[in-house]
Each structure stands twice: as C-alpha cells, then as structure tokens.
Design a protein around this ligand. Structure first.
Ligand SMILES: [Zn+2]
Ligand SMILES: [Zn+2]
Length: 324
C-alpha cells in the first residue's frame, strides 16, 4: 500500500488519544444580574397571592424579563402578580417547561390581559420538541398545549420549538429536551403519547429548564423536573458550561421518591457544589429537608418555595417567613 501524507494524517487521527474537549471548554458569557420570583406554587408566603398545585416564576436577567411557566388555573398568576404589584406588560418571552396543565393553563389569560396594554406582551413562547405530540386520554386529547395552541396563535402569539440547547440571551440558555441518562423517572408513568414512531409511554420528552451561566456557577430554573434534576444538570454541565451548580430553583418532582433515591439525588447535588436550593411545587417538603441536611445547607439557603419568594444572584434567597 502506498502511504501518502493524507493516509498518515488519517491513521494518526485514528490512534491519537484525543484530549476530551467538550463544547464547554470555551468559557461562556456570564450574566451579571439575575432575580427569580415565584408566582405560582402550593404555599403562599403571606398576604400576597394564592396557592395552587402549579408553577410559574418571573425571571429578570440583565434587564430582560422572562415568564417561566404560567400556573395551573386560568386566573392564579394574574391575581398573584396584581397582589405582588408586578406588571407583565413588558415581558415578551414565555418559557413553557412542558405540556402539563399545571404549568400552561394561565397562558391564554395572561396573554389576553397584558396584550391590551402592549401587543407584544407574552407573544413569544419557547418550548421543547415533543410538546405538541398528542396525549390521548379517556376524554380525548389531554395535552393542554395542543388544546390552547390555536387560541393562543389567534392572539398573534408564536411558539418557538427547540430540539437542542440554545443560548437565547448572552449567558442564558434553554436546555432543550434532556437525555435520560439516569433512570430518574420523575413522572407519573400513566400517560401515553403519539410520537412519530407510534404510541409509547409519555415520559415528557419536551421537558426543559432555564440555565443562567454566572460567575458563581450555573443557576437552573425547572418547572416539574420530569427529565430528572440530575439528568438536567449533567446535560447543562456538558452542553453549556462544565462548572459547579450554584442554585437550583423551582419544581423538581421529588415528592414521591423513596429515601434511597432521594439520598442519591442529594449526593449528586452535593457533588455538583449546590449552594442555594428553592424547592417549589412538586419538589416535596421531605425532599427539601433531606437535601438541606445531606448537601449541608441551612435555613437561609435551602427552603420550600412559596408564592412571592425570590432568589437574587447577589443576595441569595428571600423565602418568606413560613417557608424556612
Ligand atoms: Zn408536569
Ligand atoms: Zn407540575
């Protein structure tokens, strides 16, 4: 065989032990200011707002506002923002973490209400691939996003769908659909969905989280965490920035986990260097306390999420009195 220069290069590439060079080797842009305020969850912090089985939060990052999920009942988030003195008229972007009604039902009410003041309000919705797949239930379609899609688009609103991680603002990422590396299985298991390959168990493939890259590490906001908090954080560390996880905020669907699984989850969070944890919605009360204990956090830095509670990158968590 005649060995030419290209062959030598090709052979060298085959045998050369390439250094592991994740996409994260390059340092990402970081956000300077970040504030997250809970607008829907079960617990309320005081006289402001009502509780429900659902989730929504307002994210303010470097001067931009994003609504993350929209609550379970049509009016809850609207009522809560009024009581909290928050105006959503200048918020253009919405992230829907997944199709479930406890995260998506407030969308139409909020869009219609705030569009009266600003036609661009809540007019752009970011979603993960799979959110529009049909979920056949005993009473027909059970996918809430499929049910409201036409009405929302009729208001002039648009959906933007992602199949991979995406930087939507400098240092601000959506995970896109998360590979299920660990069998966390943090969903009910009873649903079915129609994928392009047929009818299968609904594991909420569209479930995606918000990630901010900060000087302190990654900050994640999750809706229900059906993809698994550890799968989500590992995905973010591989695809966004290979660094510590500073804060995890939102719903993480840990309430039904047995002690062994909770301990495994907490040990991973400790390994990632978690410093702040606000466990709202479906995280579970016992899960929050176990994580506090096992990660070595305290009453200021690891709390149950309440309506009106907030996280600030500089100041940490303001939990409201009841939620510590
Ligand atoms: Zn859900
Ligand atoms: Zn939920």
């Amino acid at each position: 065989m005649k060995i030419n220069c290209l062959t030598v290069i090709a052979l060298a590439l085959l045998v050369w032990p390439l250094p592991s060079s994740p996409v994260t080797a390059q340092k990402q842009k970081t956000v300077q200011s970040l504030r997250v305020k809970v607008l829907s969850t079960m617990l309320t912090g005081g006289n402001d707002g009502i509780g429900e089985w659902g989730f929504a939060a307002l994210i303010e990052v470097d001067g931009q506002q994003i609504l993350f999920d929209t609550g379970a009942r049509p009016e809850t988030v609207l009522q809560n923002v009024r009581e909290l003195g928050i105006d959503l008229a200048n918020v253009k972007d919405v992230i829907l973490s997944h199709n479930h009604g406890d995260h998506t039902t407030g969308l139409l009410t909020l869009r219609r209400e705030f569009a009266k003041k600003n036609p661009a309000a809540l007019s752009r919705v970011h979603v993960g691939r799979g959110i529009f797949w049909n979920r056949p239930g005993s009473n027909g379609e059970s996918n809430n996003v499929v049910k409201i899609k036409n009405d929302y688009e009729a208001t002039g609103g648009k959906f933007i769908e992602y199949n991979e991680p995406k930087e939507i603002l400098p240092g601000v990422w959506l995970t896109g659909p998360v590979p299920r590396v660990h069998a966390e299985r943090n969903w009910s298991g009873s649903g079915r969905m129609k994928t392009p390959n047929g009818l299968v168990e609904d594991n909420l493939p569209e479930d995606m989280s918000f990630i901010a890259v900060t000087e302190k590490g990654l900050v994640v906001v999750s809706g229900c965490g059906h993809a698994g908090i550890i799968n989500t954080l590992e995905h973010a560390r591989q695809k966004v920035q290979n660094t510590n996880v500073y804060a995890a905020l939102g719903g993480f669907h840990l309430f039904a986990l047995n002690d062994e699984k909770l301990d495994w989850t907490a040990s991973k969070l400790k390994e990632f260097g978690l410093k702040q944890f606000l466990g709202a919605h479906c995280t579970g009360i016992e899960a929050v306390y176990r994580i506090r204990q096992q990660v070595g956090l305290d009453r200021q830095s690891c709390v149950v999420g309440a309506v009106g509670a907030s996280f600030d990158l500089g100041k940490g968590i303001d939990a409201t009195a009841l939620a510590r």
